[in-house]
Design a protein around this ligand. Structure first.
Ligand SMILES: Nc1nc2c(ncn2[C@@H]2O[C@H](COP(=O)(O)OP(=O)(O)OP(=O)(O)O)[C@@H](O)[C@H]2O)c(=O)[nH]1
Ligand SMILES: [Mg+2]
Length: 239
């Protein structure tokens, strides 16, 4: 089981960062690793990875864990390269752009199928990126009346509401659950032994709302790589 090998320190926790091009994956990884907003990212070619080291509570107390964050390209052109990294993933962060509803649709139409084919037992988080471009809290409208720009130009498109994002999380959950059953995946990852388990925990995973963690649930978190909002809770929820 993936979690046991990670906990025993045999190998790092493998985390995939997935989602359409320009949703903010590389910027999010840069925010995680450097704590700054890098506004000069270029479209990722294939995939790249970064290492994050932290401590988590395991069955034998606090222990160091290393995570490899695999930042993948969202471009169709690189799809076959991207999916070749999926096997053996312990977790996947499904990213969409809160100002672009089609990037949320794409997670359901394509990305979850790709993951289910290769690593159906991976722990999954749903992350709505660019929360700074929405009205704080619900994401129904742009905070600036629609004048914000990103380094690659104005962020156009319909904003995604929290309700819609939560629905997406449930749909991802159902797809993965069905595939796990089909694949005969045993009750994995174990709710108590792997990093990411938060049974009864009180991590503030979602915009200030307390949420206990279960690896079988797909949690939704809104993040901003500009302000750093949601990034730390996301990492804590994952590891
Ligand atoms: N306002 C705002 N802009 C962001 C945020 N995150 C990313 N961006 C902008 O969104 C654009 C795309 O970001 P990237 O991180 O390169 O996107 P990506 O998902 O890695 O794209 P690919 O590598 O092509 O798959 C850039 O112009 C970023 O500056 C955010 O939290 N807030
Ligand atoms: Mg990128």
């Amino acid at each position: 089981m993936a979690g046991a090998a990670v906990e025993a320190g045999v190998r790092p926790f493998k985390v995939l960062i997935l989602g359409n091009s320009a949703v903010g994956k590389t910027t999010l990884v840069d925010r995680i690793t450097t704590s700054i907003f890098n506004h000069e990212t270029q479209p990722t070619i294939g995939a790249g990875f970064s290492v994050v080291s932290t401590e988590v509570m395991g069955s034998r107390g606090s222990m160091p864990v290393k995570a490899h964050l695999w930042d993948t390209s969202g471009q169709e052109l690189y799809r076959s390269i991207t999916t070749s990294y999926f096997r053996g993933a312990d977790a996947a962060i499904f990213c969409f752009d809160l100002t672009d509803d089609s990037s949320r649709d794409a997670l359901l139409a394509q990305w979850v199928e790709d993951l289910a084919d290769q690593a159906s037992d991976a722990l999954v988080l749903l992350v709505g990126c660019k929360h700074d471009l929405t009205v704080h809290g619900d994401g129904d409208a742009r905070s600036d009346g629609g004048t914000s720009t990103t380094a690659r130009g104005p962020a156009f498109g319909s904003a995604v509401s929290r309700e819609r994002a939560e629905e997406t999380a449930r749909e991802l959950e159902l797809t993965l659950q069905a595939r796990r059953i089909e694949d005969g995946v045993p009750n994995a990852p174990s709710a108590t032994s792997m990093p990411g388990s938060r049974s009864g925990g009180s991590d503030r995973l979602t915009d200030g709302k307390d949420a206990s963690w279960s690896p079988w649930r797909v949690r939704y978190i809104a993040t901003s790589s500009v302000s750093g909002e949601g990034v730390e809770p996301m990492i804590r929820g994952l590891l």
